[in-house]
Design a protein around this ligand. Structure first.
Ligand code: HEC
Length: 277
């Protein structure tokens, strides 16, 4: 952590990043994609599903990662997720029994007129069946079940099922976008400072991944975590890195952020679960 903060202090001189001030999610998406195409012309679009391992600067780590992925450390967690799914008959709550649907999340629920994450829907299904919802939304059981459902849509291109002509849906998107570009914490960094402007740079032993494709591999297994962790767990960690207060997993703000990040990754194939350092 200290290392990161030191390295960042050097970074803060590099600036000039501005939010992509466009009127619509569609034009934001176009801008976002073309920004990375220009920044990393050698990276193929689909490669962004692999997080920082997609980057040429991570080439030395790539081989090691590929070796790990041959016998992935999350296999057992995935099995546990499947067992929980089967035991609680969660398939009955989802279209197509939950097969090949995860790339459409987060989705807009027209009846409730609200955004639904996959995690929110898994818990709602448990409640519907008279069971207790899972409490920890960052790791453990929930990360395992989510990993299982997302693994059933591996390779499908991300396409959140949200119609932004709905004003409320658009407002959620705008909130997420605002969160992504707003500077925060003692270090005064936004998500974009690290994952757009400084993507591909090394910071304190880390390489900063591109924001494009960010949600594709989640949940991910990290040895630092000793298991799988959800996207919102990662958001909390990234907030802490700049000494900003992490928010609750599945909070309104992180859900909006997930909507924005996922929409910016439209078209990237799902590659969940995955492994990260
Ligand atoms: C100080 C720099 C910094 C800031 C600011 C930051 N992150 Fe990160 N983030 C990192 C580092 C370092 C990693 C681990 C290496 C990597 O994958 O980029 C990471 C990883 C991630 C990952 C995992 C990507 C993957 O494929 O494994 C996501 C998602 C993410 N950050 C989202 C965010 C969001 C959203 C914000 C704003 C709330 C944010 N980050 C702010 C440094 C930062």
């Amino acid at each position: 952590m200290k290392k990161i903060i030191l390295a960042l202090t050097a970074f803060s001189l590099i600036s000039g990043l501005t939010a992509i001030a466009q009127a619509s999610p569609q034009s934001d998406l176009k801008e976002f994609r073309s920004y990375f195409k220009k920044k990393f012309p050698s990276i193929k679009f689909d490669e962004y599903r692999n997080g920082m391992y997609a980057l040429p600067v991570a080439a030395d780590r790539r081989a090691e990662w590929e070796a790990i992925m041959e016998f992935p450390p999350y296999e057992l967690s995935l099995d546990l997720g499947k067992k929980f799914w089967d035991k609680n008959k969660l398939a009955t709550c989802f279209k197509n029994g939950g097969r090949g649907i995860a790339h459409k999340y987060p989705r807009w629920d027209k009846k409730k007129n609200e955004v639904r994450t996959l995690i929110a829907d898994i818990n709602a299904c448990l409640v519907k069946k008279g069971k207790k919802p899972i409490k920890n939304l960052k790791k453990g059981k929930m990360a395992q079940v989510e990993a299982y459902v997302r693994s059933m849509a591996r390779g499908k291109r991300i396409k959140p099922d949200i119609d932004f002509s709905n004003k409320k849906a658009l407002a959620v998107y705008e909130k997420g976008k605002q969160f992504y570009w707003a500077r925060r914490g003692q270090l005064n960094f936004s998500c974009a400072s690290c994952h757009v402007g400084n993507a591909g740079k090394r910071v304190g032993g880390n390489i900063l991944s591109a924001g494009l494709g960010h949600t594709a591999g989640f949940p991910v297994y990290r040895s630092k975590w000793g298991g799988l962790g959800t996207l919102h767990r990662r958001y909390g960690g990234c907030n802490k890195q700049v000494r900003a207060k992490p928010l609750k997993a599945q909070s309104e703000a992180y859900t909006a952020l997930e909507v924005y990040e996922t929409y910016m990754s439209t078209g990237i194939p799902l590659a969940a679960p995955s492994q990260r350092f």
